[in-house]
Every structure is written in C-alpha cells, then in structure tokens.
Design a protein around this ligand. Sequence first.
Ligand SMILES: [Zn+2]
Length: 135
Amino acid sequence: MWHTHPSISKYYLSLEDILSILKHSTNKKSIIFTEYGIWELEYREYIKFSPHHKLDEFTKDIQPILDRFYHKIKVHNNNISIVGKRIRYNHSETLQLAEDLNKSINKFISDYRLTPDNDEPRFSITWTPYPEFVV
Ligand SMILES: [Zn+2]
C-alpha cells in the first residue's frame, strides 16, 4: 500500500501514517512518497494493534516526537527567511526523526506485548531521501 504527500504538505510522517500500519493486519507495509524522499514502514508481526485500548498511550509517546521535529524545522526556516510556510528539508534531523520513532514505537510494542515475549521488536521506519537531497 502506498500514498503520496504532495509538495505543499509536510514531508514527514503523520501519526495516522504510523497508526494505519499497526491497526490493519492486512496492511503490513506502507510506502509514502514525498517531495524529498521515501518513507517505508513495516510491521513484521501478525499481532494487530488494538487502538481502542492503547491509542491514548501510543499518541502520548509518539505525537511529541513529531511535534518536536516540526518545531525544529520551523525554527530553521525562520532563521533563513524562507517565504511562506514551506518546510525545508533537513537531512540530519530527518534521520534522527526516523531513529527516534523506531526506538519509541518498538519500545511501545515491547511494553504492551504486541509481540511475543523475548521476541525482538518488529517495527521499522526507513527514510530514503532522493540522491540530490543527501548531504
Ligand atoms: Zn500520509
């Protein structure tokens, strides 16, 4: 399953992008094309995330990471006087975002035993920028 984030929208992931792969047992891999590169999300486990019981906790963990990233990018834009609300690509911050999300989501999966005991976390987010944006 794939979709696009057109250039006027944010190039990073939304909470819903992340939830959609955890919620649906049939949608184990998701690819999102953006202006600067490609996000790949994969949940290699057959245990379905139950949003009714755990959505609040999950949101509490994950939303601040997305918000923090957005504010970092915004400040960066203000400093260099980018016109309008467009977000400028920041390579190191985006790699850091992927790492932070991977850590938090896998910790959540372990804490709430969405994977069998002693099994390693099975969620992965990969960010692959288009070559011209790699710095
Ligand atoms: Zn999306």
